[in-house]
Structures are given as C-alpha cells and as structure tokens.
Design a protein around this ligand. Structure first.
Ligand code: FAD
Ligand code: UDP
Length: 374
C-alpha cells in the first residue's frame, strides 16, 4: 500500500521526499495545477519578472538545519527585506528604527536618546499587554501606533487592534539604531530560480507519483497512511463550522522601468483601501536591471468566503474553541496525520513549516521502523 500526501507545499513535499528516500511509494495530490503551495513562483509572461503568485515570500531562518536542508535543493541569493511605509503623505522606513523615529518626530536623536524618548511616550500602566493595541501602546506610544499600525491592522485583519492578540505585533522588531532589516534571523535570501524550482527538486524522486488538479475528497484509493496538509476543518467536512481566515485579492498592474524603487511599500493610512504594493522584480535584484518593464500588485485583505483561498488564520477566541474540537477529532482519527499551516490552523513562516515537517519526518520514520502507529 502507498502513502498519500495531501498538499504539494513545503510541508507535504518534504514528507513525500523523506518517505520516498526510505523506499516507500507515495501518491502526492494537490488540487492546484502546480506544486509549491502558497510559495509558488512563476515567470510573468508579459514582463519576465519572477512573480510570487500568492504574495511576496522572503526566506528567513535562524535554524541551520532548515537552511542546510533547503539549500540542498536550490541556491539562494542574499536578500535583506527592507520595507518602506507611507503614512500621512510621507515615506518612512520599517520596521520602526532610528530613521523612522527621527523622520517621524523631526528629531536627530541618538540611540540612547531615542530609547528614552520613546519610553516616555510608552504607556507604562500596561504591564501585561494582552491585545495588539495594548502591546503597541506599551512599546511605542500612541503617535507611532496611530501612524503605522492602527489603520494598517484594521485593513489587514478587519478588526480593531483592541480585539487582536498581542502576539501579532510581537512578530515585528523595534530598533534604536539604523538597522532596517525587517527580520532578526541569521539566514535570509531569495531562491535564485524561485520557490517552485526548489519544490520541484524536492519532489524529483522516482517513488513519488503526483496527481495535480486532484482533490483529496475525490480520491478513492486506500492508503497505508495519509499526511494531510489541507485545512483541518475541511478534512472533516465542517461538521461544527468553518475556521475563520483572511484572504487576499491582488490587483495586478504593469509599468515601465521601476515603479516604486523597492519591493514592498506599505500603506498605513486607513483611507487607502489596500495594505501594500509589491513590485516583484525587486525581490530579484540580480536580474531587476535587465528587465524593461515591471509588474506590481496592490494587496487587499478581507474575510475569506467558502471558495476563497485561506491565507491568514484569524484565531480569535471562537476559532480557538472550534480548533480545539477539530484537534480532538484529529487525534481520534487513525491513519491520518495533520501537518502544515492549514492542517494545524496556524500562521507559519516557511522555515517553521519546514522545521516542523522535518520533525514530523523523524517521528514518522521512527514509527515506521518500529512498526508502531504513526
Ligand atoms: P501550503 O503552501 O498552503 O500548501 C498546502 C497545499 O495543500 C496547497 O497547495 C493546497 O492547494 C493543497 N490542498 C489543501 N487542501 C487540499 C485538498 N483537500 N485536496 C488537495 N489539495 C489540497 N513565509 C515566510 O517564511 N516568508 C514570507 O515572506 C512569507 N510571506 C507570506 C505571505 C503571505 C501572503 C502568506 C499567506 C504566507 C506567507 N508566508 C511566508 C508563509 C508561507 O506561505 C507558509 O509557511 C507555507 O506556504 C506553508 O506551507 P504548507 O505546505 O504548510 O502550506
Ligand atoms: N503591521 C502594521 N503596519 C505595517 C506592517 C505591519 O500595522 O506597516 C501589523 C499588521 O497587523 C500585521 C502585523 O503588524 O499583521 C505583523 O506584521 P507582518 O509584517 O509580520 O505582517 P504579515 O506577515 O501578517 O503580513
């Protein structure tokens, strides 16, 4: 009997490769017509730009294990994510750093002065911030919060930052120097030939059969075990409801030369309906100058309906309760393991998805060796 992997993103592909290398036959299915899941990249036919089909993806990790693994299947070019943001008709540097602070307040503060200046603005009465808003006010004070986070977060999540967990903001650093690297990780880069080429290489094994354009629901074969990286609620047919997701709409447009001079421009004002504009040729600076035209995407966020692509899990209290019930059902379901961002209903960066898939591989191979339940 074969193993079935549902989903050809990083999570499913890594599991498929490991089992195949250990001599097992695999059927890998994905309802999309391509591999690589949400990390799919493709050359834009009109401009020749390597486009990140489901939104910009920058690889960043501090895990040597993950970095070494991914570099087995493709080479990365160094890339540092430096985001720019418009607020109140001016352009600033993000994440909040000394340049942002000095530009925003019209000051020339040095690091210690800026730290003291922002500390004086921060709300010290909030000792244990629970919401996004409390986290922001206790960290950077009201002016920077209003300028950069309030409007953007309303657009991104469709909810007041009062209702969102503090953890969302904790993803971003605040720096009192001029380091404008969006991430703190030790490794950062963009794959030279795109993410899809990497996943193609992971899947390049004679024991892996692919069935693209195929829904798991329509597959009749019986398997030794199923690794499911699709939405956990969908697997069970939504008996207790649907977990909430935000989805994204991308408005594509072409321009001559260089449209905005950088890969990502955030629009923090509420009055602008989109959250950001990404210009994908700047994700590949080594080839950007050779391309005469450019392709950009305005990004709009909204609540996902039944047929929309699920992008960001919302994870408010009602979803957490529903998730606990689905996780309980998953535990009681023999012969299926749930993996990845949709299978576990969590926002996972690529490196975390890959790290968790590698951990799952270890557990699975040990169970297969011992002939015990996976
Ligand atoms: P996915 O890539 O979602 O793969 C799941 C696959 O399963 C899909 O291809 C789907 O078609 C298939 N599937 C689902 N259900 C079924 C079914 N029933 N039958 C058949 N097929 C099914 N991470 C970073 O590290 N850096 C970034 O800059 C970054 N940017 C991001 C930007 C956006 C807008 C989003 C939404 C995510 C971003 N991420 C980023 C996260 C990254 O996309 C994920 O970590 C990664 O895609 C997770 O891989 P996965 O295999 O778990 O899931
Ligand atoms: N955020 C914001 N303004 C910005 C950038 C980010 O308010 O210019 C908020 C927003 O709520 C976002 C969160 O900070 O979801 C985390 O930022 P990140 O860049 O990790 O965004 P995501 O990956 O969610 O798009």
């Amino acid at each position: 009997m074969r193993y079935c992997i549902v989903g050809a993103g990083f999570s499913g592909s890594i599991m498929a490769r490991a089992l195949a290398e250990n001599g097992h036959d695999i059927l890998l299915i994905d309802e999309r017509s391509h591999v690589a899941g949400n990390c799919h990249t493709t050359r834009d036919a009109e401009t020749g730009v390597m486009v990140h089909h489901y939104g910009p993806h920058i690889f960043h990790t501090s895990s040597d294990r993950v970095w070494n693994y991914i570099n087995r299947f493709g080479s990365f070019r160094p890339y540092i994510n430096r985001v720019k943001a418009q607020s109140g008709g001016r352009v600033y540097s993000l994440p909040i750093n000394l340049l942002t602070i000095n530009q925003f307040f019209g000051t020339t503060l040095r690091p210690d002065e800026a730290r003291a200046f922002i500390a004086a603005k921060a709300d010290r009465s909030i000792t244990e911030p629970r919401s996004f808003e409390e986290q922001a006010l206790s960290m950077i004070g009201p002016e920077l919060y209003e300028a950069f986070f309030h409007g953007y977060t309303l657009k991104q999540w469709g909810l007041s930052p009062k209702e969102l967990p503090a953890s969302i903001l904790k993803r971003l650093p605040v720096r009192f120097n001029y380091d404008d690297n969006y991430f703190n990780h030790t490794h950062q880069g963009i794959p030279e030939d795109g993410y899809t080429a990497i996943v193609e290489n992971i899947l390049d094994h004679p024991k892996i059969e692919r069935a693209l354009g195929t829904r798991f629901e329509d597959v009749k074969e019986t398997f030794h075990h199923v690794f499911y990286t699709g939405p956990i609620d969908r697997f069970f047919g939504f008996p207790i409801g649907r977990l909430g997701y935000r989805t994204l709409d991308f408005e594509r447009f072409i321009a001559e030369g260089d449209y905005q001079g950088t890969a990502v421009m955030n629009y923090c004002d509420r009055a602008v309906p989109y959250t950001r504009v990404s210009e994908h040729k700047h994700f590949a600076p080594w080839e950007a100058d050779k391309l005469e035209r450019t392709v950009c995407f305005r990004e709009y966020s909204r609540l996902a309906n039944e047929n929309d692509i699920p992008y960001y899990p919302i994870r408010l209290v009602q979803e957490q309760e529903m998730l606990a019930a689905y996780v309980d059902m998953a535990r009681k379901t023999k012969g299926v393991s749930f993996l990845g961002r949709l299978g576990t209903y969590r926002y996972l960066d690529m490196d975390v998805s890959i790290g968790e898939a590698l951990d799952a591989v270890d557990t699975t191979l040990a169970a297969v060796r011992d002939n015990s339940d996976i």
